[in-house]
Design a binder for this molecule. Structure first.
Ligand SMILES: Nc1ncnc2c1ncn2[C@@H]1O[C@H](COP(=O)(O)OP(=O)(O)O)[C@@H](O)[C@H]1O
Ligand SMILES: [Mg+2]
Length: 333
């Protein structure tokens, strides 16, 4: 059986144009990625701000088209999907958690939020049928219909609102759920609730979860597989235990060295700025990690299910020859 979704060396370039090549941003560079339906996993795409995570997500959702490369849905070229196949794809691959607060019009009741996708995709044959689906979805996420239906979003707790968003996605019976930075703006208890529901969706409903984050700690807690992105490139990927315990790419090593920071405000961005690299893929220079915009990508399998971007200058923890750049640890750590 072909994979549910397969990306082969997809690249997304923003801006530029043929008269203005200097203003191009290579947001994602030749990324490959496969989602198998028969082994539903939690896959983390990790990287700091600007590394290309959201661009990758939007390509996986079909909401933007890669500039180069190929994408297949159930073995079929994405560009050649029929209307019916594309609709099937939109049901099977669902985003959730994005701006859980802003995605509600405050004047709509919860009912409206849940009815909209049913109406959009013509999923119900009658009002009774629709109401049955809504109640079933609410129960799946542990919500009581009489405590949620008929209410406005502001009458619910943050945790309840978040569960409504999950229920909304579940109405469509997705096989893949993409969650782009679902916990970056929430407090610790809601974060635990969200991470818990991600795991439930995966373990109990067999849904593949693509979890996008800049936080390696939660990635390690919940995911099976991880992709580390740096300036649009997947620099290392594979089994999360192996990647985190035995990081091979200098950039991954730098990130992992920075995890046990007791300071919660410590962000990767500050760390990498301390190395003197610009994070946007427009610079023409190779940086200390051997990355230059649009580089060709090849991976070495360093151990089973653990791949690292091949690079002449930054492998196995060796700093590039002639470089004075120690992978820097920021002041105060
Ligand atoms: N619509 C856009 N137009 C131009 N540049 C963009 C656009 N979206 C993202 N970029 C650029 O692409 C790069 C990757 O962005 P993004 O995918 O949002 O990264 P992340 O989600 O990891 O923060 C960044 O340099 C960003 O500025
Ligand atoms: Mg993003």
């Amino acid at each position: 059986m072909p994979p549910l979704l397969e990306l082969k060396k997809v690249t997304k370039i923003y801006g530029g144009g043929f008269l203005n090549k200097d203003n191009q941003t290579i947001a994602v560079n030749k990324a490959s990625f496969t989602i198998e339906e028969d082994q539903p996993k939690i896959v983390t795409i990790a990287g700091e701000s600007g590394s290309g995570k959201t661009t990758m997500t939007r390509m996986l959702l079909g909401s933007i088209t890669p500039t180069y490369g190929e994408m297949f849905y159930r073995g079929k070229d994405f560009r050649k999907l029929s209307r019916r196949e594309r609709r099937q794809f939109q049901l099977e691959v669902q985003p959730i958690f994005q701006d859980p607060f802003e995605s509600y019009n405050p004047f709509y009741k919860v009912d409206h939020v849940l009815h909209a996708p049913i109406k959009n995709f013509k999923l119900a044959s009658s009002k009774d049928d629709r109401d049955r689906m809504v109640v079933e979805a609410l129960h799946m996420v542990g919500l009581q219909p009489d405590e949620t239906l008929g209410r406005f979003p502001h009458q619910l707790s943050g945790g309840q609102r978040q569960r409504i968003m999950v229920a909304r996605a579940l109405l469509l019976k997705p096989r893949v759920i993409l969650a782009d930075e679902p916990v970056s703006m929430v407090d610790a208890s809601l974060r635990a609730t969200i991470l818990d529901s991600i795991q439930t969706l995966n373990k109990e409903l067999g849904i593949t979860i693509i979890y996008i984050t800049h936080d390696l700690t939660t990635a390690f807690q919940i995911s099976d597989t991880i992709l580390i992105m740096y300036r649009g490139n997947v620099v290392e990927h594979g089994d999360v235990e192996r990647v985190i315990h035995n990081p091979q790419h200098a950039y991954t090593q730098l990130l992992i060295d920075s995890i046990p920071q007791p300071d919660p405000d410590h962000r990767w961005g500050e760390l990498v700025r301390a190395t003197g690299t610009d994070m946007v893929g427009t610079g023409k220079q190779r940086d200390i990690f051997g990355i230059e915009p649009g580089i060709d990508v090849e991976y070495d399998e360093v151990e089973p299910n653990h791949w690292v971007l091949r690079s002449d200058v930054a492998m196995n923890g060796q700093t590039p020859a002639g470089s004075s750049a120690e992978p820097a640890v920021p002041a105060g750590s």
